[in-house]
Design a protein around this ligand. Structure first.
Ligand SMILES: NC(=O)c1ccc[n+]([C@@H]2O[C@H](COP(=O)([O-])OP(=O)(O)OC[C@H]3O[C@@H](n4cnc5c(N)ncnc54)[C@H](O)[C@@H]3O)[C@@H](O)[C@H]2O)c1
Ligand SMILES: [Zn+2]
Ligand SMILES: [Zn+2]
Length: 376
């Protein structure tokens, strides 16, 4: 079929993006669904900081590519062999998928799946297929989702069926922001009641970490950002304190508040300076949960003897170490119960023609999550 999609032909174009136009809104071809695949009509797609990083060229991608890696929509067609999903079902779309038989899938860690990781790097669906093309030329899938489009073909393990009463523009944020932020608390850190946490970066992902920390019964939830306009929403969603990352007394203040440092510092800004502070304000025996992503190959430094003698842990957390079919229904329940008001993270909606301007807004920290409505 022919459809409208946001295509990135080149990475590393300069800001402002409203002028350099990294995403071109174009008519493209989408084939399928093939065997074991599903066609989804996309009704909402969130703009994540990782999209900005792709645009900036921090991590190379197969080009040209249709952007977008979180979304929600309605199943329109299922390929041969698909069970458990049917036309009309409402689904969350997540970049996580699984092959079901590699060593990591066997350990219930699909975010590390061998074949999915390989397919993502090649711009293919996790079954190794490519269903997108552009004027007869190859066009690649971003994270197996490519949600900045009117339709997507993907695999069933990336689709989680949800209640039809949930607004699809809110459901879209569950695909990356919610699973990543909430999972960093529930799956990676496993925060227990009474523990103290700090969250660096109060954006779409970090605010989900804040909400999940509150559900876990964390005592102090200290939100840290360079942009103080993020503080009021962060407090409403669970932060007991908010502090400016550039405050020279930051580390001392957090140590005073927590009698020696936090049990877990979540780094969710992708900034080297934040990593250094996160390490400094974590107590002995505590963990630094690393969620923010910089450029491929970027290095961080830490004092090794301190890490050893203080038994600290740096723990990577990718897509919240999620198992989508287990975790997304649980987070949806928290949302429906009002315990995770994910709707508060949606700053607004946008149409295709506003996508590049919204990259600038996210880059300047003026919005939390903007959601693309591909059908207007
Ligand atoms: N690990 C994963 O699976 C995963 C998934 C999604 C996003 N990410 C990464 O997580 C990060 C956050 O994504 P997002 O969509 O929430 O971004 P966002 O742009 O909505 O929020 C980032 C926040 O960090 C703040 N910030 C910038 N520098 C800071 C500093 N030095 N100290 C404290 N705060 C600082 C910004 O002001 C902003 O509020 C990005 O690096 C993104 O690429 C990782
Ligand atoms: Zn993301
Ligand atoms: Zn696997």
């Amino acid at each position: 079929m022919r459809m409208i999609a946001a295509v990135m032909h080149e990475q590393g174009l300069p800001t402002p993006y409203v002028d350099s136009q990294p995403f071109r809104i174009e008519e493209v071809e989408l084939d399928g669904p093939g065997e074991g695949e599903v066609l989804v009509e996309i009704r909402g797609a969130g703009l994540c900081h990782s999209d900005l990083s792709q645009v900036a060229g921090l991590r190379k991608r197969k080009l040209p590519v249709v952007g977008g890696h979180e979304g929600a929509g309605i199943v329109r067609e299922v390929g041969r062999g698909v069970t458990g999903l049917k036309p009309g079902d409402h689904v969350v779309m997540t970049a996580v998928a699984d092959c079901g038989h590699c060593q990591f899938c066997n350990e219930n860690r699909p975010v590390l799946c061998e074949s999915v990781t390989l397919a993502r790097s090649q711009g293919l669906l996790s079954d190794g297929e490519r269903r997108l093309s552009y004027r007869g030329h190859p066009l690649y899938h971003y994270s197996g989702i490519s949600s900045f489009a009117q339709y997507a073909v993907t695999v069933p393990t990336s689709l989680i069926k949800i209640d039809q009463s949930i607004p699809l523009d809110v459901a879209a944020m569950f695909g990356c922001a919610v699973v990543t932020g909430a999972g960093s608390v529930f799956n990676s850190a496993k925060v227990r009641p009474g523990q103290n946490v700090a969250v660096f970066g109060l954006g779409g992902v970090g605010l989900n970490t804040v909400m999940a920390a509150r559900i876990s019964g964390a005592s102090e939830i200290i939100g840290i950002d360079i942009n103080e306009s993020k503080f009021s929403l962060a407090k409403e969603l669970g932060c007991t304190r908010t502090l400016n990352a550039r405050d020279p007394n930051l580390v001392e203040m957090v140590k005073d508040l927590t009698r020696g440092g936090v049990d877990f510092a979540f780094e969710i800004s992708g900034s080297p300076a934040a990593m250094t502070s996160a390490n400094a304000l974590t107590r002995k025996g505590g963990e630094i949960i690393c969620v923010g992503l910089g450029a491929t190959g970027e290095m961080y430094q830490y004092a090794h003897a301190g890490l050893v003698s203080e038994e600290k842990v740096f723990r990577g957390s990718f897509m919240g170490s999620c198992v989508p079919v287990r975790d997304i229904p649980r987070y949806m329940k928290y949302y429906q119960e009002g315990r995770m008001p994910v709707n508060r993270l949606k700053s607004g909606t946008m149409l295709f023609e506003d996508l590049n301007r919204n990259l600038d807004l996210l880059d300047r920290g003026e919005v939390v999550r903007q959601v693309l409505l591909p059908h207007g």
